[in-house]
Design a protein around this ligand. Sequence first.
Ligand code: GCU
Length: 672
Amino acid sequence: LGLAAPAAAEDGYDLWLRHRPLADAPALAVEAAEADATVRLAARELERAAAGWRGGAAPAVSARALLIGTTASPAIAALRLPLAKLGEDGFVIRSASVGGRATMVIAANRPVGVLYGAFALIRRVEQGEAIDRIAVQDRPRVALRMLNHWDNLDRHVERGYAGQSIFDWWRLPDRVDPRLTDYARANASIGINAAVLNNVNAKADSLTAPYLAKAAAVADVLRPWGIRTFLSARFSAPIELGGLKTADPRDPAVAAWWRAKADEVWRAIPDFGGFLVKANSEGQPGPRDYGASHADGANMLAAAVRPHGGTVVWRAFVYADTDPADRAKQAWTEFRPLDGKFADNVLVQVKNGPLDFQPREPFHPLFGAMPKTPLVAEFQITKEYLGFSTHLAYLGTMWSEVLSADTFAKGKGSTVAKVVDGSLEGHRLTGIAGVANIGTDRDWSGSIFDQANWYAFGRLAWDPAADPAALAREWAAQTFSPAVAAPVAAMMMPSRQAVVDYMTPLGLAHLMGTGHHYGPAPWVADLARPEWNPVYYHRADARGIGFDRTRTGSDAVAQYARPLARRFADPRTVGEDYLLWFHHLPWDYRMPEGGTLWQALVRRYDRGVAAVGTMRAQWQALRPDIDAERFRVVSDDLAVQEREARWWRDASVAYWTSINGLPLPAGAAAPA
Ligand code: GCU
């Protein structure tokens, strides 16, 4: 494998930035063309990586010259590199002749581009590319590549499965954990450039002076790594903090309060990014409490942050008991009429699917339906509905499935990626957000393989068209070694489909235990609101199963563009992935694969369980190539996953048989 030195503690702390010894380690003599702090960080990263590749050996006498810097420095400007179209974050890596000497160059328009270029070079070397052959020109397709931390001020992380929040609000601002630097560095290495520090279920406290001082201390750490700080804002803060009687966005006193608050925030954090807002959703306050619209609320805040160049990211995740017929329809119903009504510094953030981060959902119908509004795609990196950090599920495939889905908004080829990167409608303000899976665990994400989801998120936010298989290999090469990149990626690629198969096959959704969302509970039917109950989603009875979202049912299909609506509305053309999402079908419905729906359903559960067994075997085969520590923790988790995949299958199948009275199909695995 080319590994020379004994492994240090392999507890996962170093993420994909391990820089293990390489067989033909290139020696680098890095020269920063300017004194900028970020360019210096880039130089340090390159030196650190090169030292790791040498495995502690002394630097070679004849090191390769590597010049890095921006066009602000005469040395870089003189090279006249093709940087004009690479924007603020793009970079060029290539060899050039500098003062008559063959030199590698990393050049960019801004310091952060140099940093991204440095990490790109490191990534390529660690995948086995020969350094002299590296010639890259790259730039991100999306402007805001943002993590959303659902971290509370008491350090509990909502839907967090990796320990406590890394933001220690109690000790900040006086004590700043060095871990924050490692966090910033990891994010910068994959192109993430914005972080919302606190939960969308926000407390007003986060906007008080003491907390702004704490956030400012965090922002100081993130800044040189090119990461801007955002905060979630509680819409009713003018009441809670300002003593006003209302938070009505149309009230001039409310608008004035937010203006003053924005001024205060930017005094504390001069490069503050803006506010993320969850309004009128799951009990959060919002403009609709006063009969005002989401646009009224967002625009009032947008006016407050505008003088500072700030942005408002307004979430479209809304559901209330106003449309008990189909929760999946509400966001479209409420937001689509507001297209064109949002100020130009507002982004509307839309979850990947219309429900809530299920193992599989069709893309959210708002993508493509609000051409005048820049839409941020919101993905959940933390695996709330996919087995927390115990089950191995690589989500690069899931996000890529959504990003490459065709909305048909402007004819064929109008993919979600084109909506989100702004190219479909010419938006410049664009964004992708990921609900972070980061906590105080030594391995940051609760498991080694969950680090891959953080990694893939950043890389897909940079390039929504990136191939998830290539990203899996990239991650595995750096996290383990180039030799195992292909077999590790081969484990990862089918892993999310396995979860779909053993939890919610054939388009079923939301069958997890209520509240915690871990483990099967399709039978729950007694919760106060209809859409809190799994039975609301599967609608199984003696005759059939599935949610009729065609014209004879909730007609959610009508929220999609014509050609798609037609395809989704017909069980013969919808495809098996969304079959029971859009259709209620008899148990004896004939499947294209042959046999009945009931047989196919049971087959999917069996397939899911078998796929986890295959992953375990694949991992076992890698034992000689993986350090003992990480090998063991992954093995332990896979054993749990296999047991729990059976639990999902057996509990689900037993429940369905209690409803349909059908015998287990021939050949189905008998429950344990
Ligand atoms: C889900 C999740 C909540 C979260 C919400 C949101 O419903 O279970 O914990 O607050 O999404 O996205 O706002």
